[in-house]
Every structure is written in structure tokens, then in C-alpha cells.
Design a protein around this ligand. Sequence first.
Ligand SMILES: [Mn+2]
Length: 239
Amino acid sequence: MKEKEVYTVSDLHLFCRRSEAHRHMHGIHGAASKADIFVLNGDTFDFRWSCQGSTPETARKAIRWLEKFTARWPDCFFHFVLGNHDHVRVFIDELHDFAERTPNLAWHPYYVKVGDALFLHGDVANRRMTAVDLERYRETCLHRESRGEIVNTIYDVAFRARVHCAVTKFAFPTSVAVERIRHYLDDIGEGAGSDTAVVFFGHTHTAVDNYEFGGQRFFNGGAPMRGMDFNILNTKICA
Ligand SMILES: [Mn+2]
């Protein structure tokens, strides 16, 4: 068995103007250049807060971004895991077609397992959820239109005041997030007694480094936004 180099990022929130992902593109490409496998772990694109026009326009731009990214690194295999902000019908339809014609990309609505590592977006931490609960929750995201300019501007102001940081930390202490994720993992057979040793998640925008819970280790790279930590995470797997 050959050891494979795996890199992952979460919550780039591309097309949301509060995202600072552009500042990390050099590092992201650098990681992809070394990676055998690269996991985009949800909310890669932000349809809710898109500044790229309508939802179909944002979807087209997202596919174009993925096209360039995957074409630039043909020796790397990309896994695209959906998050709550990119679980949008028109995008999923285009993503499905794009994956069909792209040999080095696969997409996953909820999670992907690579060796003993499992990658999921982490919105199962909003409350205790089973697989069925997550499906139901994501259905509410499917036809969500992007927010208008006025709401976006109001949110920009709140964001500058760092309200988001307080809200994020209040809503998701790591112990609670991890316990809820584990509840979901148990439900899908990837928790207690499974061979999943390492779990990568995002969504909470809070960096988590090697938090041990019930025999599994949890990691979160954070998010590329002001006042938050952002890390490109790396693991090695035998596959
Ligand atoms: Mn999210």
C-alpha cells in the first residue's frame, strides 16, 4: 500500500465578499501541487451571500473556478463535499455534469471517506442530527436564493463589528460541535467501533487541532475570514 498525501480546506466562502480566501490561493495551489488527494470540505462557494449575481450565474462561475483548479493539477484527485451554503439545486446539477466529464473530481453531498479519514462539512453540529435529519435540513437549502444587496451591506457592517465571531463561538464550543458530529457519525456507522480514526470538519469557522473524542481525532481548519484562523490541513493515508 502506498502512502498518500491528503490536503483539505473548508469554508472558503468564495463569491462572498467577506471571504479572504483570495489571500490564501497561493497556499491552496501549493498544497494541491503536492497533494495526491485534495478535499474541498464544504461551503467552498457561498450562494447565500454571493456577490456574483443570480444563483445560476454564481453556479456557472463556481463551475468555471473548479474547472481551472482541477485542470491546473491533473495529478491530484479532488473531492468536493457540499456544505449548507453550496447545497443548491442549480449548482448541484451542474456539478454532477462537471464531475462526469472530469476524471480527477468526485462530489459528495454529505461526506467522503478516504482511508481511515472522514471528511464532512460539519453542519450536523447545528443540533444533534441523524443522516435523515441532515437530508431534511439540506433540502431547505436547495432553492434558497442569494440575499440581496441591502441585506449583504447590513451584514458587512455587523461583520466588521465582529459580531460573527461572538456568535460562532457561542453557538459552537468545540466540545458540543464534536459531540454532535459524533452523534451523526454513530448514526452512519462511522463512529464507535468503526475504522474511522480521523475526522475533518468545518462550518463552525473555529480551528480545532487534534481534539480527541471517543477514540477519534477531530480537526477543523477554520475559515479565511477576518479575525479567524485559517489552516490548510494535511494528513497521510494508506490506500
Ligand atoms: Mn457551513
